[in-house]
Write a protein that binds this ligand. Structure first.
Ligand code: ZN
Length: 60
C-alpha cells in the first residue's frame, strides 16, 4: 500500500488571469507529493477563460 499522507490537495491559479483583473481566475485542483515537491508547484496549463496555455502557480 502506498502511503497516502504525502499526497496533498492543492490549487493551481492562472497567473495571467490574476494580473488581468478579470472577475474570474482560472483554477485547477490537483495533488502533489509534499515530500518530493517541497517548492511551489508551477505548471503550464490551459486557461479556459483566456483560451490559451498560461503559467499556473500553486496557491494556498
Ligand atoms: Zn487565465
Amino acid at each position: 500500500m502506498a502511503k497516502k499522507e504525502n499526497r496533498v490537495n492543492i490549487q493551481l491559479e492562472c497567473q495571467s488571469c490574476r494580473k488581468s483583473g478579470l472577475p474570474g481566475v482560472a483554477r485547477y485542483v490537483t495533488q502533489k507529493n509534499k515530500k518530493k515537491t517541497t517548492a511551489r508547484l508551477e505548471l503550464r496549463k490551459y486557461c479556459k477563460f483566456e483560451r490559451k496555455h498560461t503559467q499556473f502557480k500553486e496557491v494556498k
